[in-house]
Design a protein around this ligand. Structure first.
Ligand SMILES: CC1=C(CCC(=O)O)c2cc3nc(cc4[nH]c(cc5[nH]c(cc1n2)c(C)c5CCC(=O)O)c(CCC(=O)O)c4C)C(CCC(=O)O)=C3C
Ligand SMILES: [Fe+2]
Length: 341
């Protein structure tokens, strides 16, 4: 198969105060998110001047990937499009068509399976191609990468760096707390062809990061950034509740490592550096937050390697044991039941 472009596919975020509500309406259209939750999340964005860091992080990643391609003879022009905010994917796909692109490889900024993190990006591609119509390039998504060394090693180094900021005399009572975005339990159950892929992959990432960073410490995998109406069950425990349980058990210090994410975007900054850090302080726990890969050279090299896997049929780099595939089976990670908007 010949490919003639690379596409960075991401979530999108507002770039000023006036963007915040329209962005949030794009994210939540038809998903039954209560109005109070929207108002609360809008406040998180306004706290940062209405600017999400995710767009600059995408620009930085795109620049780094372009340089990495150049240095390794990967001759593909690089494009960027988002699900929820400008540059919107359908505008990017129209530009690709105008530039004569016929077949592109897309890197989505999530490592995991599941509807929100994988299937929905395939749907974004389908919708954007349909909107562009005849002449839209073919676009396929690169595979999930939860156990790639280019994802695991930057997380592991970040955990080590965060640990170095805590009191070594209390290491025996220090704990690793891995976090990922909570999702509805029903979405977790239908993730992957056999169900449970989001949580199973996160468990594997946590094990790999733990083994590489601090095998002497105990660890847990917990959830952050819950959304949705209260009567719908989402993955638990929430990181804040979990910190209270740990403090009760005699844990003195925590390193919180957001392995569910590729960059320090708003949900990492607000929900961890603000909320969870406050919770830890109230509980008297020492607290350090580990960084995400961002533009770590190993992560950037991973993107290039995922492309080369597909260009050259090169072997897959995997540290774990879960299966991988290039194109998701059509029946995995189905869309949750839609609410009326
Ligand atoms: C699994 C997952 C990831 C990780 C995979 C991936 O990266 O794709 C992720 C990432 C992100 N989520 C983000 C922001 C938001 N997510 C929301 C709502 C939701 N997230 C969900 C899941 C996930 N979300 C779900 C099931 C909902 C309920 C509504 C729905 O079913 O879609 C809402 C609505 C308000 C709220 O209720 O929180 C917002 C504003 C941002 C941007 C941050 C920035 O601006 O820097 C990013 C990277
Ligand atoms: Fe989200």
């Amino acid at each position: 198969m010949a490919y003639d472009a690379f596409l960075l596919l991401s979530f999108g975020g507002p770039e000023g105060p006036d963007d915040v509500m329209p962005f949030l309406r794009n994210v939540t259209r038809g998903r039954g998110i209560p109005e109070e939750r929207l108002a609360e999340v809008a406040e998180h964005y306004h706290h940062f001047g209405g600017v999400s860091p995710i767009n600059q992080q995408c620009r930085d990643l795109l620049d780094a990937v372009t340089a990495e391609f150049g240095a390794h003879g990967v001759d593909l022009p690089a494009y960027w499009g988002n699900r929820n905010w400008q540059p919107m994917l359908e505008d990017t796909v129209a530009r690709m068509r105008d530039d004569g692109v016929t077949s592109a490889l897309a890197f989505a900024t999530s490592a995991f399976g599941g509807y929100s993190s994988c299937r929905q990006y395939w749907e974004d591609i389908d919708r954007a191609r349909a909107a562009v119509g005849p002449g839209a390039p073919a676009i396929t998504k690169l595979r999930q990468f939860h156990d790639h060394s280019g994802f695991v090693r930057p997380h592991a180094d970040a955990v080590r760096a965060a640990l170095a900021g805590l009191d070594p005399a209390r290491r025996a009572t220090t704990r690793l707390v891995f976090t990922a975005h909570s999702i509805p339990v029903s979405m977790a159950e239908t993730a992957g062809p056999d169900g449970g892929r989001y949580t199973t992959q996160l468990d594997e990432t946590a094990r790999l990061v733990h083994a590489a960073a601090a095998p002497d410490l105990a660890w847990d995998l917990v959830w952050q950034s819950r959304s949705g109406p209260p009567q719908v069950p989402w993955l638990e425990p929430d990181v804040n509740d979990h910190l209270a349980v740990l403090a009760d058990k005699g844990v003195t210090d925590v390193v919180v490592s957001p392995i569910g994410f590729v960059s320090d975007h708003l949900e990492v900054l607000w929900d961890l550096d603000n909320e969870a850090a406050d919770t830890a302080r109230d509980l008297g726990l020492g607290y350090a937050r580990a960084a995400t890969p961002g533009t770590d050279p190993r992560f950037v090299a991973m993107v290039r390697e995922l492309v080369q896997e597909r260009l050259a049929g090169a072997a897959r780099e995997t540290l774990g044991t879960l299966p991988h595939w290039d194109v998701c089976p059509l029946d995995c990670c189905p869309a949750p039941r839609r609410h009326k908007s």
